[in-house]
Ligand binder design. Sequence first.
Ligand code: BGC
Length: 267
Amino acid sequence: MEIQKLKGQNAIVTGGNSGIGRAIAIELGKQGVNVLVNYHSDKEGADEVVGIIKQAGSDAFACQADVSSEEDVLAMFAGMKEKFGHIDILINNAGMQKDAPLHEMSLDDWQRVLGVNLTGQFLCAREAVKQFLERGMCDKSKACGKIVCISSVHDVIPWAGHVNYATSKGGILMMMKTMAQELAPRKIRVNAISPGAIKTSINEEVWSDPQQAKDLLNIIPYKRIGEPEDIGKVAAWLVSDEADYITGTTIYVDGGMTLYPAFADNG
Ligand code: BGC
């Protein structure tokens, strides 16, 4: 059996019911982490992830919360404390798209995406840091706490028709770096993972259509669409002591999408 490098640590994975969050929650569970699997409306999906983690021998429970609501986030962190005692790892993953051309984008769709993708990460990070500091250092990890912000290649690649989404991801980049700078002296590591095109429900319309999937490969030099597990493995490593000297960094897990592929035979 694989050595469980994260044994006995406790994590919150927001949006852990599906897609990238699901893969991260399961990977952490396999590595011995007890996981609060947060979900917004898909209770069934969250319960399934809880079942898989328990099967792997770790503890888990599902917790409903809208991460853009301060009240919900406070209740979720109180639940975490009650159930697991303290938090070691926060995976700030919950995110959404509500796409529209700029001139047709409603204020509601702008605010909803910023609220979930950016404010949600702020609220969860703030509450996690309070609990990290309250507990202090312990012998389970070299760091006092670890935060991973799940961002996107669109934190650096502008994306027409998705101004709310790209803005939220650009915001995560600077929020993550600022938090990392502020919290490093307190031995709290903050990093980001920026996935490229990963097969989840957020972009199913694209990868499930043969022509669109083919076109998508034109902007992925590595010539495959990513799987959620590609992110799960990197996240589990990033919160482990093997990555103890890494803070304030973004790891692009994107098959080369950020390498300006259009310039490979041009320019
Ligand atoms: C988006 C996906 C998109 C990918 C690459 C992600 O952040 O959520 O819809 O396929 O970026 O463009």
